[in-house]
Ligand binder design. Structure first.
Ligand SMILES: Nc1ncnc2c1ncn2[C@@H]1O[C@H](COP(=O)(O)OP(=O)(O)O)[C@@H](O)[C@H]1O
Ligand SMILES: [Mg+2]
Length: 255
């Protein structure tokens, strides 16, 4: 199994008559930053939600390290080891930024309060939010709130971080600060699985880009492989057909 942090084999999920995930397989090794892209409604969120057990897959298997977690009973344990950041950061509105980060340390990890406070502060500093420790979510911009929610996940010292379109609910001028935090995490060796269409970011951090359509991983390759350099494309006879669907999608994103 080598140094696979996460291994997904033949994952399928159906909602009523709709097959949302079909036989999805991939693995994430230590230090990888795997990025999923693809049209809306393609099953990307459902995939991430199956991994941390917000959704129960119909078939297939998921391993976290050496442990199969597909039907693990210790869901909280799984979620501690796998941090998840959503499009809409779910912070507690009645708690300060610091308390939002601290609460899991005290309640879940049973860390003494003073130690938890210091540790939470260092996690806030890691995302550049220590100056805002005493602010409530309503006093923060969307980008700042998302950085706090990243700090909250990081504080649990997860083996892998899942990011589901973490900037897609933000105003364009606020996406940069969140992507910068993620870029630093990736550079620091954090293992991550990301859904994002911020392609400049994706090209700079992804160890592999996986293009999903209709619940299937259709094409996958390194940024260098999938990126359309303009020289090939699909215009000419005999042009390479590899990554054609990914490139067509990326052109629609640009357009
Ligand atoms: N809890 C649910 N119940 C029923 N259908 C769902 C549920 N969650 C997602 N779906 C459907 O599954 C499909 C894939 O959704 P999703 O995973 O959110 O796609 P993506 O994240 O790629 O946009 C969509 O058609 C969506 O409507
Ligand atoms: Mg989604």
């Amino acid at each position: 199994m080598g140094d696979a942090i996460l291994r997904v084999q033949g994952l399928s999920k159906r909602f009523d008559s709709e097959e949302v995930l079909r036989d999805v397989s991939f693995e994430v090794r230590k230090g990888d930053a795997k990025v999923f892209i693809g049209p809306s409604g393609t099953g990307k969120s459902t995939l991430l939600r199956c991994l941390n057990r917000l959704v129960e897959p119909d078939s297939g298997q998921v391993w976290l390290g050496d442990e199969e977690i597909t039907h693990a009973s210790d869901i909280d344990g799984v979620r501690r080891r796998m941090g998840m950041v959503f499009q809409n950061f779910y912070l507690f509105d009645h708690l300060t930024a610091l308390r939002n980060v601290e609460i899991g340390l005290v309640k879940v990890l049973k860390m003494p309060r003073r130690e938890a406070r210091d540790f939470a502060m260092s996690e806030l500093a890691r995302v550049g939010m220590d100056r805002f420790a005493d602010k409530y979510p309503a006093e923060l911009s969307g980008g700042q709130a998302q950085r706090v929610s990243i700090a909250r996940s990081l504080a649990m010292n997860p083996e892998i971080m899942l990011f589901d379109e973490p900037t897609s609910a933000l105003d364009p001028e606020l996406t940069g600060e969140v992507l910068e935090v993620m870029r630093r995490l990736a550079a620091g060796g954090m293992t991550m699985l990301v859904v994002s269409h911020e392609m400049e970011f994706v090209y700079s951090v992804a160890s592999e880009v996986l293009f999903m359509e209709g619940g299937v991983i259709v094409e996958r390759g390194t940024p260098g492989q999938i990126r359309d350099d303009g020289a090939t494309g699909d215009a000419g006879q005999g042009a390479p057909r590899q990554f054609q669907r990914t490139r067509a999608f990326l052109r629609r994103l640009d357009g």
